[in-house]
Design a protein around this ligand. Structure first.
Ligand code: SF4
Ligand code: SF4
Length: 446
């Protein structure tokens, strides 16, 4: 099989970044690189789905990496994970070494899974601000994505299942492998049910994930975790604060201590990103506000400044998000000359400012939820699934089916145009299409 045939199979199978980003994998791999990094760092607290993927499917992980080597020509392969998963590195080092792969074990810190940080730690190379690993000869993919690559190329198996950790206010924290589109409530039921009367779901992760009060929402191809918290939990309140409130409070209370900048992981990599200067834009208007907003251009919304750094409990991350919106509206960005002047090497004390994961648990009130989420081998068979059409970056898929159509598991039910960025969507169960709605295509078993 040649390189293009493998890429076609990966596209046709609907393989996208399973760690959260949802970038179509065929596009990412259409390049020549020196180094492949398998991202098993599982950056977000409380999640175990990468751990369980590696434990359940080690052969597929190795095979996926081989395929990636064939496609990209990479001569180095590193599987990166955190100290909490050192046992996996020890167990599978002989298997990896047979293929010439190596493990890299990183401290239990947040945000270890950030591509810029991972590439720097593994290779010593700095990706330019706003850039991608390809610019320094690397490709980084989540371990579950790599497993899906193996299934796509060797078995023509589409992405119709998803590993997902269900934790927080549930009887038993578990990692499940469920049909894509399974409702949150089905996953919660599998985890023994709720332990709170007022649940809110944090999707993807406590630091970078969004919130969803609707338990009928589906597990998309890029969701790795459902963290259920009571609606009065600090994190839920913080993530639900309206713009008017965090802006007003930030305006009145920021004392410019600059701790948000001093702890920003991307600032510490030398990027021109200084959230304390962005906070100043709350006091400004017009051109001055626009200039101050440029200090937010390279913010990746990791939430360290808001959740960990700020001693006043302010929300510099959201101020940065709003500032980036202003930059988009005004079509503003750093000039090449400014970049030459402002981009630096990694900060000499960067390592000392990484945030131990236990600190994250304590600061966010998550210590009571710090449980291992073991793999549950029970096959989950939802009666209904909703297949989102926009879980990948690029053009949303267009439905190829109509309400009333009977569909088979694995059948393509939506697709993007041939030359557009995106992937097809497959039915994850046998059944009948009952609705095509904003959330996606609903299929019920019949
Ligand atoms: S969210 Fe805050 S800490 Fe994270 S990249 Fe943006 S400015 Fe830096
Ligand atoms: S850490 Fe908080 S108080 Fe200090 S500069 Fe940043 S936003 Fe302002």
């Amino acid at each position: 099989m040649n390189r293009q045939q493998m890429l076609d199979k990966i596209r046709k199978a609907g393989v996208i970044g399973a760690g959260g980003a949802g970038f179509p994998t065929y596009k990412k791999l259409d390049a020549s690189v020196e180094h492949i990094i398998a991202n098993g760092a599982e950056c977000e607290p409380l999640l175990y789905k990468d751990r369980q993927t590696m434990l359940q499917e080690p052969e597929a992980l190795m095979r996926g990496l081989q395929i990636m080597q064939e496609i990209t020509g990479a001569d180095k392969v590193t599987i990166a994970l955190k100290e909490k998963n050192r046992d996996i590195a020890e167990k599978y080092t002989p298997m990896a070494e047979k293929h010439g792969f190596r493990f890299f074990v990183y401290e239990d810190v947040y945000p270890a899974g950030d591509e810029h940080i991972l590439v720097y730690e593994v290779t010593g190379r700095l990706i330019p601000p706003g850039g991608i690993p390809l610019q320094v000869g690397c490709v980084v993919d989540n371990v579950e994505t790599i497993v899906n690559i193996a299934h796509a190329v060797d078995e023509d198996r589409p992405v119709i299942e998803k590993y997902v950790t269900v934790t927080g206010e549930v009887q038993e924290a578990l990692t499940l492998r469920v049909p894509v589109g399974t409702p949150f409530e089905t996953c919660i039921g599998q985890a023994g049910g709720l332990t709170t009367d007022e649940p809110v779901v944090l999707t993807g992760g406590v630091m970078m994930g969004g919130i969803s009060p609707d338990l009928s929402n589906p597990v998309a191809r890029n969701i790795g975790g459902l963290i259920i918290l009571p609606e009065d939990h600090y994190l839920v309140k913080k993530k639900s604060t309206p713009k008017e409130s965090y802006t007003r409070i930030g305006h009145g209370q920021c004392d410019q201590c600059s701790l948000c900048t001093e702890m920003c992981p991307r600032y510490l990599l030398g990027h021109p990103l200084e959230p304390h200067k962005v906070m100043r834009n709350l006091l400004m208007t017009g051109e001055a506000k626009e200039r101050a907003s440029l200090w937010a251009q390279f913010c990746v919304e990791c939430n360290v400044c808001t959740m960990i750094a700020c001693p006043e409990g302010l929300d510099p991350m959201h101020i940065c998000i709003d500032a980036k919106q202003l930059l988009r509206e005004k079509n503003l960005a750093r000039t090449d000359e400014e970049m030459k002047r402002l981009v630096r090497d990694a900060h000499p004390v960067r390592k000392g400012r990484e945030i131990p994961i236990q600190t994250v648990y304590r600061r966010l009130g998550l210590t009571p939820y710090d449980r291992h989420a073991e793999f549950d081998p029970v096959t989950v068979r939802p009666g209904t699934v909703i297949l989102p059409l926009d879980s990948h970056i690029g053009q949303p898929a267009r439905p190829l089916v109509q309400v009333g159509d009977r569909v088979k598991q694995g059948q393509i039910i939506a697709d993007v145009e041939a030359d557009a960025l995106g992937t097809p969507i497959h039915a994850s169960i046998n059944g009948t299409v009952t609705q095509i709605e904003a959330r996606g295509i609903e299929i019920k078993t019949s």
